[in-house]
Ligand binder design. Sequence first.
Ligand code: ZN
Length: 500
Amino acid sequence: MAYRVLIAQFMHETNTFSKLPTTLDDYRRRWLAPGSELASRFKGTKTEIGGLLDAATRYGWDLVPSIAANATPSGKVTAEAWAHIRDGIVESARNAGRIDGICLACHGAAVTETSDDPEGELLEALRAVVGPDVPISMTLDLHANVTDRMASLASALISYRTYPHIDQYERAQQGAALVQAAMEGKKRPRCLALQPATISGADGGRTTQPGPMLDLLARADAFEKEPGINVVSVQAGFGPSDIPNVGPSIAVSYEPGQEGRARDIARQLCQEIWDRKAEKTVGMASVEEAMARLKSRGEAAGPLVLADGTDNPGGGAYGDATRVLKALIDADARDAAVGTIFDPAAVRAAMKAGVGNSVTVDLGGHHDPEFGAPIRVTATVRLLSNGEFVNDGPMQQGVATSMGPTAVLRIGGIDVIVISNRIQTIDRQVFLSQGIDPARRRVLVVKSVQHFRAAFAPIAGEIMVVDSGALCSPDVRRFKYTKLRRPVWPLDDVASPFPN
Ligand SMILES: [Zn+2]
């Protein structure tokens, strides 16, 4: 008899300091797929659902596909959107009759209008249907803010081991294998999590160069080989979130009798996170430093890639901050391309003007002028499109992405891709789909802080991550936390990773 396994996805990285609520329409703009559409949308993609679908085929599961939901990071998920997704997944479990296992794909840093720990709430609701013994794996983004409730209700929390995140497919397969082993009675996984008293650490999770995160993962890999230890996950956490459990954590899935060893492993890794919490492998340049470098590079080979890291929509920023664009305009930059500025009104104005015509707009800066005011520009409309493409880079390969109605505006020597759906620049198709070959430009601006490296490092002459002063500041002291557990570094004077 085939095992009956429910699969579902609820993704969101919530920046609670963003003014933009995350609605069901925001999910529809990225994806909000009912169970019946999972196979047609995700089979063959390098995603968690793609991985789970392939695992289901391999193990011959009788699949119970439920909702897959993902939205670009922004403010709190509305009560309506959360209820729709949560209740939809729980309803699938309830209607399924028998359930032998569950594989969930979550981000782990979601906050909703009604819950500071929606992933824990989802697990609790599912446990109420299937009971305590059905194995449940939950994959997580390595920027998850993990809670004890999540760990105690899941059989395993399995977070990505790459940043840029390119191993969603593999982590989902790992979760599926564990659930399969548990259903066969070969495993009885339980999970615990531990968190040191710091908001930031593990170098933000970067795995592109030697540093704390790669060292932590190497130790985690070694611990995973011990008998009775199933999974050792390292989460770097997500800072801009006003909830108690912000920050790095370790989650260990273990077999009965190994709880003490699992706790010991978690303590050792938390201690290393603590000891190296101030280590950073990538610094941020000012806008002025970036412009000086552009000038001094002259005609050096390959584009200078300027990552507008603090306006990264992937961290919940608005994606319409204008300081870098303003500096390029002031510098009269040539052969430049900016991907992207989020400004639906400017796109509408460009559509009204038509291709080849001139349009005057107040571009960007609408959500918080503190991050760079709107720029009055007169531009030529070079291209208009629906902004749709399929990712062909290493991240989310094969996934359809929509920037919404999109206009390419030419301002002097700068092409600006103006979009109507906020997205992070993780794929070269952001440019290529708009008739711009990013490899042939002298300077590129991408709205991303780290993920862009997967697709853009191979074509970059040089990379600079820029702090333009926008919402995703690396300085957590700028955020007004009210719910955070205390004491916590760097806001408090804390002497040990486990002060309480
Ligand atoms: Zn992440």
